[in-house]
Design a protein around this ligand. Structure first.
Ligand SMILES: NC(=O)c1ccc[n+]([C@@H]2O[C@H](COP(=O)([O-])OP(=O)(O)OC[C@H]3O[C@@H](n4cnc5c(N)ncnc54)[C@H](O)[C@@H]3O)[C@@H](O)[C@H]2O)c1
Length: 426
């Protein structure tokens, strides 16, 4: 039975390691964070993901999954470390570099090395391969090196790891085949083999496609606010065209994928990617747009109480990385005009370094409730409670998720600010 070493035990590495361990492989999970390693060896997880705690407990108890701060000899090495961006939006591939170097002392001819981290185009050829070469291996002959990007949806990771189609880009066709076989043994989805650079670009273009389309919807929302149009009606009608699918506008794009990956392309081909770069700028401008609408909604009040619901970058997860909701919360907190009360049932205070309240406390006495995340809890808001507890039952639903229909509540949405425009135009 093959031994697999998974480097990086975060949202991707830990579920991946657990899935291979469940299939009977001997898996060593490696992380530089001692806390993550210690928890895992106790059968506990440090991240929130559906059904993961149960699976980890099971595979650790069976002895199939162990954790350590350093790698060991294995047949397959899977690298799933972060690839964030620097302040200036350049890719930070330092973790990939470190992780690749960390396996060198344990690597042997015939091993398979897979990078799952999302990486800028040509990283496998220009960064990973040279490191392996310096370590004394010919990356095109001695070992099988491939990029296999991950496209799972947080909240459904354990399902999608098994069911999604995997793209496996090898430095050589043989490497693609060998790495593909690693996944074929445990997943039910298709495994498609290609070249490393094509796999890198395909992953980046998936997220770029979505980012650009969200930017278009956000631009429509801004145009609609200017012209007094309901963008949601426009989208509904336009999407009746058989080949049109306009996305929904929102408070911005967050997370470590959609808000990051397009920059990897822009960095490598800036002249050729003005649309991608502009889409990033449009989506980055949405937190300002939201705060501007909160200002308009509370213009008549001296010290408005603003309840903020949701901090994560998307619904039903605990991840606040690159979250536009966090940016909006900070902007509101920094403005002393507002008394800001923040609630998020999926986020703890040590993640955010400011006070959090229960939903009920946050809305009590509030002049406006700004919903920034489509958590299930906010999709089932008790509308009567809003009427009873808020000072003025006004909701700004930036995710179009609350389904508020009680005439006692004034509802605004991104893309549907007609009422506000009408009030202010007198
Ligand atoms: N989370 C997602 O939904 C998702 C989806 C698709 C792709 N990705 C990509 O997968 C990669 C991993 O993302 P993640 O969300 O799992 O990150 P994460 O931050 O949740 O976890 C990464 C882990 O790697 C560890 N680490 C960092 N450097 C290390 C090293 N040199 N050796 C060992 N461990 C190290 C960190 O301590 C951390 O625990 C990124 O490139 C990301 O863009 C993530």
């Amino acid at each position: 039975m093959k031994k697999i070493c998974v480097i990086g035990l975060g949202y991707i590495g830990l579920p991946t390691a657990s899935v291979f361990a469940r299939a009977g492989y001997e898996v060593l999970g490696v992380d530089v964070n001692q806390k993550v390693v210690d928890s895992l060896n106790e059968g506990k997880v440090t991240i929130e993901e559906v059904n993961l705690p149960e699976l980890v407990k099971e595979v650790v108890a069976k002895g199939n999954l162990k954790a350590s701060v350093s790698p060991e000899k294995a047949d397959v090495f899977i690298i799933a470390v972060p690839t964030p961006i620097h302040e200036d939006h350049r890719a930070n591939v330092d973790y990939v570099e470190e992780a690749t170097k960390s396996i060198l002392p344990y690597l042997e001819k015939g091993n398979i090395v897979i990078v799952e981290s999302t990486i800028p185009p040509r990283t496998m050829d220009d960064l990973v391969a040279p490191i392996l070469k310096e370590g004394g291996f010919d990356p095109y002959n001695d070992i099988y090196v491939a990029h296999c990007p991950e496209r799972v949806l947080p909240g459904r990771i354990l399902i999608e790891l098994i069911e999604n189609t995997r793209i496996v880009g090898g430095l050589t066709p043989e490497a693609a085949k060998k790495a593909g076989d690693v996944y074929r043994a445990v997943i039910t989805g298709d495994v498609v083999e290609t070249e490393a650079v094509t796999a890198e670009m395909s992953k980046l273009m998936e997220n770029t496609f979505r980012d650009v389309n969200i930017a278009l919807a956000n631009e429509l929302a801004k145009i609609s606010a200017r012209l007094g149009v309901n963008a949601h009606d426009v989208i509904k009608l336009a999407n009746k065209h058989p080949r049109v699918n306009i996305h929904l506008p929102g408070p911005g794009v967050g997370g470590h994928c959609l808000a990051v990956d397009p920059y990897f392309i822009v960095e490598k081909a800036p002249e050729e990617s003005p649309l991608i770069a502009e889409s990033r700028r449009i989506n980055n401008s949405m937190p300002d747009f939201v705060v501007e609408q909160v200002k308009r909604l509370t213009a008549e009040l001296d010290h408005p109480v603003v309840a903020v619901a949701g901090l994560t970058y998307k619904g039903n997860i605990d991840d606040i990385r690159e979250s536009p909701a966090m940016e909006i919360a900070h902007m509101l907190l920094d403005n002393k005009r507002y008394d800001v009360r923040i609630t998020d049932p999926h986020v703890s205070e040590d993640q955010v370094h400011f006070n959090l309240q229960s939903f009920s406390d946050a809305i009590s006495g509030a002049n406006v409730l700004v919903v920034l995340v489509d958590h299930d809890e906010f999709k089932q808001i008790d509308q009567q409670e809003l009427i009873e507890k808020m000072a003025t039952p006004v909701v700004f639903d930036t995710r179009n998720c609350t389904g508020i229909d009680n005439p006692g509540i004034t509802l605004y949405r991104i893309g549907d600010l007609k009422k506000l425009t009408a009030i202010q135009q007198g």
